[in-house]
Ligand binder design. Structure first.
Ligand code: PLP
Ligand code: SF4
Length: 412
């Protein structure tokens, strides 16, 4: 297994870093906040209040801040705000200009370069929105954008147009219209709370939303998309977990991209959610100089399992304006997937997807394991490249008749 040969570039993962080292759990450390008391450090409100938001703070904290970062940070608040929690900031290797944590949250001048195929709403969410704050793209489920705030801002955010409110997007956090639409649309059985980050709400506000949704008979399944366990693990309190567990079946999708993000604090926060009976999935974005190597990705998905999180999706980076410097090729993405499937635990292998530009939804992209397929045989290859044949069943022969109660489960 090689990292790369032909397209090796500056900033590729350091080959001297052993996968075993990548997988070690370490506390976040406190870099420049060593004077802070444990009580403050472990208080999520202190973490939010003390986020790194200005170029002056960056200059103090990062001696080798590059001209690209300086220019990016100066401009950030006109596009997507900069905000980094002290917890997450402490994961940055300030000596390394190509640090994978740094790339995700410190703006760069390249964000102002926009190609003609890039968009401010790359997944066409606004055009699939029956009422503001709801995206209804798939018949049986909706995306409910409950806030425009996050604990920290990812430079490649597909919702940069609305999160952080740097561009004056008109975001209303009243939920009446959205809840009404869900109540009146019986085809919706799955509600995905996202934003922004729903776990930034107080327990009371979040509980109000969850209880309103649970009171709708056709809403079977609720999930929350959040990066809080990674950016602000202190927010995952015992009280929050006790509240969440009353609204099962409730799933949570977290967002982590690099093994270094999975610190002991993050592992423990995820453990508290898992102990509350919440199944956890992870969504990663394939990002240049962050996780675009098989070694990093494999260490990351294996470390996620150690945190009781099932890798769910790896997204090809959306065509969000000013993200070219963070995007990798789909070819590279497929090569990485090829190094996962069969080479590690099946539970560790996420589905690689492209969210179709303009609003087609998530489309799975896979390395080609089916070499040919005709009326009487399928030719397949395995993870080692060995070729096998499977005889195709005669066309139209039903495999079996499933008993009706298996098709329509009745729990009532
Ligand atoms: C991702 C997404 C969902 C959820 O999709 P799953 O494949 O069920 O995880 C729902 N609605 C929208 C608009 C989405 O982007
Ligand atoms: S946490 Fe999610 S919504 Fe918030 S900035 Fe990052 S990608 Fe965007």
């Amino acid at each position: 297994m090689t990292t790369n040969t032909s397209d090796a570039q500056k900033g590729d993962p350091d080959p001297s870093v052993e996968p075993a080292q990548l997988k070690q759990f370490r506390p976040s450390g406190r870099s420049d906040w060593s004077y802070v008391s444990d009580k403050d450090w472990n208080d999520w409100k202190w973490q939010l209040k003390n986020r790194v938001t200005t170029v002056e703070q960056l200059q103090k904290l990062i001696p080798n801040l590059t001209p690209e970062e300086y220019a990016g940070a100066k401009l950030a608040n006109t596009k997507l705000a900069m905000a980094i929690t002290p917890h997450f900031f402490s994961l940055i290797d300030v000596e390394d200009v190509n640090c994978p944590i740094r790339r995700q949250v410190i703006p760069r001048e390249e964000e102002t370069h926009t190609a003609s195929w890039e968009m401010s709403d790359p997944c066409g969410e606004d055009s699939h929105s029956p009422v503001q704050g709801l995206v209804h793209r798939y018949p049986d489920r909706v995306l409910f954008l409950v806030t425009d705030r996050c604990a920290a801002y990812c430079r490649y955010c597909t919702r940069a147009r609305l999160v952080s409110n740097a561009t004056g997007y008109d975001f209303h956090a009243e939920f009446d219209k959205q809840l009404d639409y869900i109540r009146k649309t019986p085809s919706i059985r799955d509600v995905l709370l996202s934003g922004g980050d729903p776990l930034l709400f107080s327990d009371e506000k979040l509980e109000f939303l969850l209880s309103q949704l649970r009171a709708i008979p056709h809403v079977e399944f609720i999930r929350i998309g959040t990066r809080i366990p990674i950016f602000l693990p202190q927010r995952i309190t015992a009280e929050l977990c006790a509240m969440l567990k009353q609204y099962h079946p409730l799933f949570i999708s977290v967002h982590s991209n690099h093994p270094r993000e999975l610190t002991t604090e993050v592992r423990d926060a995820l453990g508290r959610l898992a102990d509350a009976g919440i199944p956890l999935g992870n969504q990663s974005v394939m990002l240049k100089h962050v996780n675009d190597s098989p070694e990093i990705m494999k260490a990351h998905v294996q470390k996620l399992l150690m945190c009781r999180v099932r890798p769910y999706y790896i997204y090809q980076c959306d065509l969000i304006a000013g993200s070219a410097h963070l995007r990798t090729s789909v070819r590279r993405g497929l090569e990485i997937m090829e190094q996962l499937r069969g080479h590690t635990t099946g539970y560790a292998v996420p589905q690689y997807v492209i969210d179709a530009p303009g609003g087609g939804g998530k489309v799975p992209v896979n390395p080609g394991y089916v070499l040919s397929h005709n009326a009487d045989r399928v030719v397949i290859r395995n993870f080692e490249g060995k070729v096998f044949e499977y005889p195709e069943a005669a066309d139209g022969t039903p495999l079996h008749e499933a008993p009706k109660e298996i098709i329509e489960p009745e729990f009532a």
